[in-house]
Design a protein around this ligand. Sequence first.
Ligand code: MG
Ligand code: MG
Length: 273
Amino acid sequence: MARGTRRPRGVTVKTPEQVQLMRAAGLVVARTLERVVAAVRPGVTTGELDRIAEESIRGEGAVPSFLGYHGFPGSICASVGAQVVHGIPGDRVLAEGELLSVDCGAILAGWHGDAAVTVAVGECAPELLALSAVTEQALWAGIAAVHPGGRLSDVGHAVETVVRPHGYGLLEDYTGHGIGTAMHEPPYVPNLAPDGPGRGMVLDPGIVLAVEPMATLGAPDVAELDDGWTVVTTDGAQAAHWEHTVAVTPDGPWVLTALDGGAGRLGTPVPAA
Ligand code: MG
Ligand code: MG
């Protein structure tokens, strides 16, 4: 085994049967996000979106993984404007022109799914729509790098390659992660690759990662609010966040939290289940 290819301690390799169970959990998250996004409009509170998410998750026989996680009080993270991630849902009323990120996680039969989308509230400024679109494009570039025989830093390199030319801030201190019977497992999945691609552990079939780029219209510097959760940009710049849970399969990436498994965006065949 070449230097630097070893898996960090705690990285788990799922059997095909376990990946199927994670697919079921991922679909709960996918359908829940679809329901939440359909309810986003000016005048809605983030707390109302949270109730829709919790009803959706429980209605599918799953459990919201965020609720009670280290004391987190919601089933979604709802992050508006300069909030990047971990916004607490509540009585915040969404206004026309805002960018909202919704992060959602569910546990089904003991297995986790985790995904996030950024949505425009009503009509948004073109620069905000571009920020979100580029961050989503970076997510899909990162996902495309989750292929068998690839290396972990291929993911961050792919994300960075999409985001950098736009001059956006790319968060360094918050990363993607392994996922399985726990929401957060090793390894960390950075959104940049200072030493280039081709570094870090080998992506073998059965590795499952949450890829989640976070980008801002300003600097990449963030701070946590006194609520102990909400992460905001220190310069007040607007932010976007996109995430999917992705399994390495012998045939390539399988996007467990995408309704179509990623086939549409990746343009490649993925497992049919
Ligand atoms: Mg998430
Ligand atoms: Mg995550």
